[in-house]
Design a protein around this ligand. Structure first.
Ligand SMILES: [Zn+2]
Length: 236
């Protein structure tokens, strides 16, 4: 597995929300993903920080508008465990604060800010729609994170935290197909309100392995997800 950024790496175990097993062949019209140079890595990190700064306040406002008594203070973290496929997930820390985690391969392989914003909106939506509480699941604990990306913003306030810093227990789990589509709909609204193009963002699905309509698959077929985003965006 390629290491996209040269940073200290820490180990652990965990699973997925935007499960993207292995790099897929690129869409025919696009060039394939190659190992980013350090300049690309820096650009990816800057893009990530920018998307965090723009999407987080919108997600928080949407959370407060749609819920009562729910902790809407999102903590966005980076999962730097090595050897992972691109992945993002939502969980709660031990104090009940919502955590949105993105790993480095995902940050490095999204094609544009719209894709990253859409994934971020989707993960925030899982929390706002209380999918964890609505789905009885066992937590898979443990992810260790790094805070180095925050320094790239130039010494301002640290917007990207580590799980260790906040004492978070970070776990991930798969949701049902219905919850995934629900999160895609609200994720479309959030990324649109944050100024991004959710339809362009959903193009991310065209490059990840399609779970198809398998009986036990936890994720909906990619075409269904894209269609859901298009329909939702058309009403905005
Ligand atoms: Zn999801």
């Amino acid at each position: 597995m390629i290491r996209y950024l040269s940073i200290p790496l820490l180990a652990v175990s965990l699973s997925a929300c935007v499960s993207t097993p292995s790099p897929e062949p690129a869409a025919p019209s696009q060039s394939s993903v190659s190992a980013p140079t350090s300049a690309n890595a820096e650009q990816a990190a800057r893009q990530f920080v920018k998307v965090v700064q723009t999407v987080e306040p919108v997600a928080e406002a949407e959370c407060r508008a749609r819920t009562t008594d729910l902790n809407c203070d999102f903590n966005i973290v980076v999962d730097d465990r090595p050897g992972q496929a691109p992945n993002a997930f939502q969980t709660l820390d031990k104090n009940g604060r919502p955590v949105l985690a993105f790993n480095i391969p995902l940050i490095a392989t999204v094609r544009n800010a719209d894709e990253l914003a859409f994934v971020m909106g989707h993960e925030a939506a899982h929390h706002i729609q209380e999918h964890l509480a609505r789905q009885q699941v066992n937590a898979t604990a443990g992810a260790l994170i790094f805070g180095g990306l925050a320094a790239i913003t130039g010494g301002g306030e640290q917007i990207v935290q580590t799980a260790q810093q906040v004492g978070a227990t970070v776990g991930a789990r798969g949701y049902s197909k219905d919850f995934e589509l629900e999160a895609d709909r609200l994720g479309t609204v959030i990324s649109h309100k944050a100024g991004y193009d959710p339809v362009r963002g959903a193009a991310f699905f065209t490059r990840i392995p399609d779970p198809g309509n398998t009986f036990l698959g936890t994720h909906p077929p990619n075409a269904l997800r894209i269609n859901t985003v298009r329909k939702t965006a058309a009403k905005l």
